[in-house]
Structures are given as C-alpha cells and as structure tokens.
Design a protein. Structure first.
Lengths: 383, 467
C-alpha cells in the first residue's frame, strides 16, 4: 500500500511530464497569436555558429514559450489564478470590473507629455504657418471615468493642465471629457464606440466652427469584436458589438492611403472585420497618411488631423463639414517629410491624441535634431 | 538553463530522465555528466570549459595528494588547488570590484574589464575546493573515476545555485545508489513544490518589490513593502531552488543535505544561520572558521575569526561593499550574541525573541538589497517615517491590496505550520489516506499552474544565480 502511493505519484508525474513533452514535440508551430496580436517566435536557425554563440538557445527559449501547446488555456489559467486565487488587483496591469476590461494607465508620465507637446509645438512652428485655425483635444482613456474602483488612476486634471501649459498658446483647446462616459468605450478594447461619440464629434465641430448635418445615421453591426484587452486579459469575456455609422457622406467619400497608392478605399473597410484587429475597419486603421474626400461637401474646407487610432472612428462623423479630411499618424511618418505629401495652407488642423499616447509618447516621431524644439525649451517659451 | 523554464521542463527533463533510467546503472553517471555539461552549455556556452578545467584541476590534484600523502608536496598541491580556485573565482567575480577600489583609493582610472560572471561559479569552486581539502585531511576517499568525479562537480540539479554539496555527503552514492519508487515520488513532489515556491510566490513577490522600488511617490508603506517582499522573495526563490535541487537529486538516487529549515522562526541570529543557507554556513565553518581555531582560542582571536568568516561570507554573496557590510553586520550581531546577548535572550519571552530576530533580519536585508549607503539610510529612515514621506499613499495602498494575500501566503509558508499539519494528518488513519490520494492530484494541479505562470511570465531568473 505504501509503495503503491509512491508508484501512483511517480507515474502521474511522469505521465504529465511526457504528455507535455510529446504534445510540444508534435505540435505544429503557429505563426500568429490572434489574442495577443503578435507574431510568435519560430524555431531558431540551428547551425554550429548559432549553437556556439548561444543565439540558438536564446531563440529556443522564446520559441518554447511562444509555441507551448495549449498556450491560450494556460494564459487563462494564470490570469484566473492571479486574480481569483492570489487576489491580485490586476494581471499584467489588466483588470476587470463587471464585464469591462481595463488597463492601468498610471502614473502620469510628465516627461512623455512634455515630449509630445514639444513635437506638436515644433510641427506647429514648422509646418502650420499658413494653416487655418489650429486646435487640439485630448481623448481620455476609459480609466478617466472610473470612480472609487480602488484601482490606480492617472491625474487627468494634471494631464490637461500640463498639456495646456506646454503647448503654444495659439493652439486652441477643445475639451471633450464631459461628452464621454464609461458607456462610450468597448468592454474588451481601449477604444471608444463610434455610435457613442456623436456628442464629442459635435463639440469638436462646434469648436472648429463647422456645421454638421443632423441627418440620422444608419447603424451597421459586427457582433464578434474581440478587442485588444480581450487577448491581453486572457480571460473568457464575451465579445463586443462593433457598430459603425453610415450616412450619405460616408458612402460617397473616397479614401486613399499613402501605404496603398492608387487604391480607392471605403470609409469602412469591412474586410478588416476578419483581421486580427477589426478596429482597422475605420479609415484604413493604422496608416501614416489617409485622405478622405467627400464629394457631397463643395465648400472646399479641409481638416488635417494629427492623430492616433481614436480619430479613425471619429473622423467619419466630421465628414459632413469638410470636403477633405487628412489623417496623419506621426507614429508611421516623420514630420520632416510631411510637407511633401500634405498641403496645410488654409486647412483647419486638429491635434487629437489620447491620454494613453500623451502618457507614452515614445512611439511618436519627432522632427530631425536640427529643427526639433525640445519640450523643455517649449515650456520655457510658454513661460 | 533554469529549472523554472519551459525548455527545461518540457524538453530537457523528459529526455534526460528517459536516457538516465534507460541505461545500465554503471553508465548513469556518464549520462548525468553529459546532461549536466549540456545543461550548463545551454546557458553559458563556452564557460563550460571553466567548469571542465575546475574538475580536471581538482581531480588531478586530489589524486596527487592521495599518492603523496604525508609528504610536503601534498600540502603544496593543496595550496595550488586552493589558490587556483580562488584565482578563478577572484578573476571572474571580483576583478571589477578590485580595480574600482584601487581606482578610488589611488585616484587612478584603470579600465574595468567587465568580465562575465559564469553561472554557479561561487558554488562549484567551493565544491571542488572542499573535495580537495577533504581528501588532504583524509576525510574523503579520492574518487578514482574521472567521470564519476566530473559528474559530482557538474551535477546539474545543484550546479548553478547549490546547495553546496560536499563530496563526503554523496561520495558513496556516486558509486552505489539505489533508485526507488519512494525516492522518485518524494523527489518529484519536492521538485514541484520548489517550482511553485519559485514561480508562483517568489516571482510574484518580485513584482511587488519592483513596483515598490520604482514608485515615484514614496510612502513609508512602500519602504516596508519593498523590504518585506524582498525578504520573502529571496527566501522562496532560494529555498525553492534548493527544494528543486534536492528533489531532482532524490529522483536520481542522491540524498543532498537540507539547505533551509524555516529560518524566519529562529529565536536568535545564531539559530537563524543554522536554518538559512545551511550548506554555505557549514562550508565556512568547516573550511575557514574551525581551521582558524574556531572559538577555542583567545577572545581576541575568536573575534578575529568571526570577523574573517563574516567578511568572506559577505564577499561571497557579491562583489560590492554592501555585501561586505551585510556580512560584517551579522558578524557583529553574532559576536554580541555569543558574548552577552544569548544568556539574556534565553530568559526573554519567545515572542520578543522572534521580534528581535525579525528586526535584525529586516535591517540585514535592507543592507543586502540596497547598493549604496544613501539608499540604505533612505530605506531605513523611510521605514520609520523619517524620510519626509507620508505613511501611506494611494499607490502603496494599491500595492498592499494587490499583493496582500500573496504576502500572507508567503509569511504562512515561511513557517512550518503547514508541514506540521500534513505530518499529523499522515499519522491519522483516515486523513493519512486522504493525503496519499491528494498528493499526486495536487502535484499535477500545482505543476499545471506553474506551467501557466512560466508561459505567461517574462522573468524566471533565480536571484542566487548571481552569487
């Protein structure tokens, strides 16, 4: 009897050990993790040189983790254990309240805010001399609407204050914090819902002196939207419904992207709904320079948006007021070269960035060293 | 390669165990040797040659000593071994420290060589050195088979972070060891528990420690969280590794000595060091303290002996002054205990004795963890509210809420309460059966949770690797 328990303990251990061994040995490698939205490590080059210099082993470490059998269930197990057994407040900075997933945006990174403000000031100084009115707005991330949750929340008032104090005084602020609420954001994603941000779009339009038609939109729906937080949380959370708003303007508008020369694209590219990031449905998604030409507006008025991904869902709601909207994402194009592609003369310009990007602005490209105005110089100039 | 990694658990261990148990008993040391060299090469590539060099040197020298026993040349050979091992350790571990101090002292600007510190060098040089010393003293019979000797030196279960296994502990087992279901099951259970301690508890506490240290808005609570989390992290990290080493050794038929015995329940610092990193303490006692005369000398020499041992203990942990200060701090406390305090402590209520140990240990971990005098004083001041920061702030409260349960779990796990309960249950007829049935089930559950953490985690480095 005593030996039997040892035999059983030994055999169960060996069974588990060899089960994972054979499962991993014969599992075909995956190229991409849909939930994490990233490419997975592949088997490293196996040569005498890579074995000698250790790069094979480094690569194999990554490969073994990325290609582990039942990777997703294991990630889910870890998240459940962290949150429900160890009672941690978050798992890898992701936390769930009710059925909504959040990512901790804390603390306020003043250096990052100053950096982005410096870039905006420099763009303003260098490129927008002949532009029309120049505005900026801050899109709050959804943590801004958390109340008494016990989670760490950035000081959004300090963020707004810091931006206001650092940006050129000629750039006018249009505040949209009060037009939004938690309900305006997806449960499984960081972004806002297009059908819930009409008041914010109206506030921006009013601020820029643009009239939007009150014609009702037609709602189109996609009910299997698994946002970026869904994958990061690794938890079993119901998908969101992705709604987009069609109007005559959105149907008639022709979109072009610098990355896809010569192609005429729709405002809502529904082929993206089956892609790893369905949010790319809006205005070509992540792209350097996107131009939307609305033939229904003959005013010739133009809007340039320096933006992050939040503006993709917003810009179709502003189409009514403009003949052309240009979206520029400085994460993918250097401001040094912008003058070659975009005509700023007479155009309204709106810098629209999320609080998340202000707080982590490393991905935004600055201007070349000779012309770049450091944020600290920018602040001094304001003072 | 580390135990708490997917390559080790999913690939290395199954292949190794299959090979090890498939070959005849006589060939098992050769399999163990080759696997250990591969294990080391996987993480350290060319530095495996250093390991081979260390093995060859001490094998050759100990053989020479045995053949020339009683002759002056034997003593000379021993000196060569000790100096050789010290030179290897000194070159790889202390070059930067030595040159930096020369520069500071003489105002020179000699360049620092930034030599890579090979994993486990502090452990295996001490092992090989102790072997040669034991052979010289006649306390160990020299191993004639170079493969068996190399298997002892390079044995992967304890190669990179101990415990420091003296040859006399497993010398007989190298040539004649038994393998049994009991050893395997106990070893496997111990290995999985060690994995759990490392991956689930220590690494989670490491996150808390990193968060507390990185906090921009400090509070007294943060200083406490940083220190307490580090104390428990290093205990679960290192004792977890020792559990894994002892467990793997047991699977292979070896009986390594225990390395930890619930040190935080000690009632004096002397007792703490009988419970913490036991193999290292034993090594320094056997090979430095006693040869210097131990406590059977004049009081002045005895104080010198303590100072030497604890200076070396500090230096062994790292090439930095905070480690030396940490060692000497313990030297002073231990000397005080032996001279005055112990008699008083024996008359003191247990609770106060525990408190005394915890206070001394807490301060020691501040010295151990912080690399500069300013950081040490800032932390100590912060803990007692003299750093000009609030007692708590939202960030520190969040950290406490987020990691509070892990801290409680770790504090409970650092006591022998659970072990006592399980032992009592085993003696009970019904509960004993329940424990027998639950053991394999819990093993698998724990293993799955550990794998989940390994797949999702980015950090699996053992703290004691750098020593």
């Amino acid at each position: 009897m005593k030996n039997l328990k040892h035999i059983i303990t030994t055999l169960t251990f060996l069974a588990a050990l060899y089960a994972v061994f054979f499962l991993n040995l014969f599992k075909a490698p995956d190229d991409f993790s849909v939930s994490e939205r990233r490419r997975l490590a592949q088997f490293p080059a196996f040569t005498l040189e890579t074995i000698r210099n250790g790069t094979f082993m480094e690569g194999f470490d990554k490969y073994a983790v990325d290609q582990a059998a039942f990777r997703e269930p294991f990630r889910r197990l870890k998240a459940v254990f962290d949150l429900n057994v160890l009672r941690k407040m978050d798992n890898n900075n992701i936390f769930v309240l009710g059925d909504m997933v959040f990512k901790t945006e804390y603390p306020l990174n003043e250096r990052s805010v100053l950096r982005l403000c410096g870039i905006i000031n420099t763009v303003y100084d260098r490129l927008l001399g002949e532009a029309g009115n120049v505005y900026y707005t801050v899109v709050p991330d959804k943590n801004a609407y958390l109340e008494n949750s016990g989670h760490l929340v950035m000081d959004y008032a300090a963020l707004e204050r810091g931006i206001r104090d650092s940006l050129d005084g000629e750039i006018e602020y249009i505040r949209i914090f009060d037009d939004l609420s938690l309900d305006c954001y997806f449960r499984t994603d960081s972004h806002w819902k297009q059908d819930k941000i009409i008041p914010a779009a109206q506030t921006l339009a009013d601020g820029m002196g643009v009239e939007l038609s009150n014609a009702p939109y037609t709602k189109e729906r996609f009910d299997r939207f698994y946002g970026v937080y869904y994958g990061q949380s690794a938890l079993n959370i119901a998908p969101d419904e992705l709604v987009w708003l069609e109007s005559d303007a959105t149907r008639q508008t022709i979109v072009t992207s610098m990355e896809k020369p010569g192609q005429k694209l729709p405002v809502y590219d529904q082929t993206q709904l089956e892609s790893p990031d369905p949010y790319n449905l809006f205005m070509c998604g992540s792209a350097a320079i996107v131009t939307a030409q609305n033939p229904l507006n003959g005013s010739g008025r133009r809007l340039i948006l320096f933006r992050d991904s939040y503006a993709a869902a917003l810009s179709p709601l502003l189409l009514d007021g403009y003949s052309e909207i240009v979206l520029i994402d400085l994460r993918y194009v250097s401001p040094d070269t912008l003058g070659q592609f975009v005509d700023f003369v007479g155009a309204d310009v709106l810098f629209i960035y999320s609080s998340t990007l202000f707080n982590a602005s490393d991905s935004i490209r600055g201007l070349s060293a000779e012309t770049f105005v450091s944020p600290f110089v920018a602040r001094e100039r304001i003072n | 390669m580390v135990f708490s990694s997917i390559p080790f658990l999913f690939y290395f261990l199954p292949v190794f165990l299959a090979l090890y148990f498939a070959v005849p008993k006589k060939a098992r040391n050769a399999v163990l040797l080759l696997a250990s060299l591969f294990f080391y090469y996987y993480g350290e590539t060319g530095y495996v040659l250093l390991l081979v060099f260390s093995s060859v040197m001490d094998y050759t020298i100990s053989t020479f000593i045995e053949r020339n026993r009683g002759k002056p040349s034997a003593k000379a050979a021993l000196l060569i071994s000790v100096i050789g091992n010290m030179l290897v350790l000194g070159f790889f571990k202390y070059s930067d420290f030595f040159i930096a101090n020369i520069n500071a002292l003489l105002g020179t600007s000699l360049p620092l060589p930034h030599i890579h510190l090979p994993l486990g060098i502090s452990f295996y040089t001490f092992q090989t050195m102790s072997y040669t010393i034991d052979v010289y003293r006649g306390q160990a019979r020299p191993q004639r088979n170079p493969i068996d000797f190399a298997a002892y030196v390079t044995m992967f279960p304890q190669l990179v972070a101990g415990p420091i296994v003296r040859y006399q502990t497993i010398g007989a087992q190298l040539n004649n060891r038994k393998h049994s279901w009991e050893d395997f099951s106990i070893g496997a259970t111990r290995f999985i528990i060690g994995l759990g301690k490392k991956v689930i508890i220590a690494d989670t506490l490491g996150q808390l420690n990193a968060a507390a240290l990185a906090a921009t808005d400090k509070a007294a609570l943060f200083y406490w969280l940083a220190v307490v989390s580090f104390m428990l992290q290093i205990y679960f990290d290192f004792s977890g590794y020792s559990d894994m080493a002892i467990g793997l050794g047991r699977i292979l038929g070896f009986r390594f000595l225990e390395n930890f015995n619930y040190p935080f329940i000690a009632k004096s610092i002397s007792e703490f060091w009988q419970r913490w990193h036991i193999s290292m303490g034993t090594w320094f006692r056997e090979y430095i303290y006693i040869p210097l005369g131990g406590n059977r000398v004049s009081r002045l020499k005895w104080v010198r002996n303590i100072a030497v041992v604890w200076f070396v203990t500090g230096l062994w942990h790292g090439a930095a002054w905070n480690f030396i200060a940490w060692g000497l701090y313990f030297g002073v406390i231990l000397a005080l205990e032996k001279l005055f305090l112990m008699k008083r402590l024996e008359k003191t209520p247990s609770a106060l004795r525990h408190l005394y140990v915890l206070v001394v240990i807490t301060i020691s971990f501040v010295i151990f963890h912080m690399e500069s005098v300013s950081a040490i004083t800032e932390t100590l001041k912060g803990m007692i509210g003299l750093a000009g920061v609030p007692v708590v702030n939202s960030e520190s409260v969040y950290a406490l809420k987020s990691y509070g349960f892990v801290l409680i779990l770790a504090a409970f796990g650092a006591t022998p309460v659970l072990r006592s309960l399980i032992r009592k249950a085993k003696q009970h007829p019904k509960w004993g059966t329940a424990v027998d049935i639950l053991t394999p089930v819990l093993n698998i559950v724990l293993l799955l949770v550990v794998i989940a953490y390994m797949i999702d985690s980015s950090s699996n480095f053992f703290l004691y690797f750098r020593f």
